[in-house]
Ligand binder design. Structure first.
Ligand SMILES: [Zn+2]
Length: 92
């Protein structure tokens, strides 16, 4: 079953049978991949800097820098296993 999704790069709607597809075209896919690589580096750097935890403020800042919402960025961190669910629950 196809669903309508919105490209995370250009915001255009597109239909996809694949749930994890986030971009509308190969061009946007490439731009998205570069963004993820950049976020990857930032996530690793902030993790080192703050010890074992990435703070909410840091996540917010990185998300904002990459034009993502906090929720989108946290979802991405989960998918990359940078954070565990337990790290994001409870105390800040
Ligand atoms: Zn696009």
């Amino acid at each position: 079953m196809k669903m309508i999704k919105y490209c995370v790069i250009c915001g255009e709607p597109f239909s996809s049978g694949r749930r994890n597809k986030m971009t509308c075209s190969p061009k946007c896919s490439e731009a998205h991949r570069k963004t993820l690589e950049k976020m990857n580096r930032e996530a690793k750097r902030s993790k080192r800097k703050s010890g074992s935890r990435t703070t909410i403020a840091e996540i917010n800042e990185i998300a904002r820098n990459n034009h993502m919402t906090y929720g989108q960025y946290v979802g991405w961190l989960y998918s990359k296993r940078f954070i565990r669910k337990s790290e994001m629950e409870g105390k800040h």
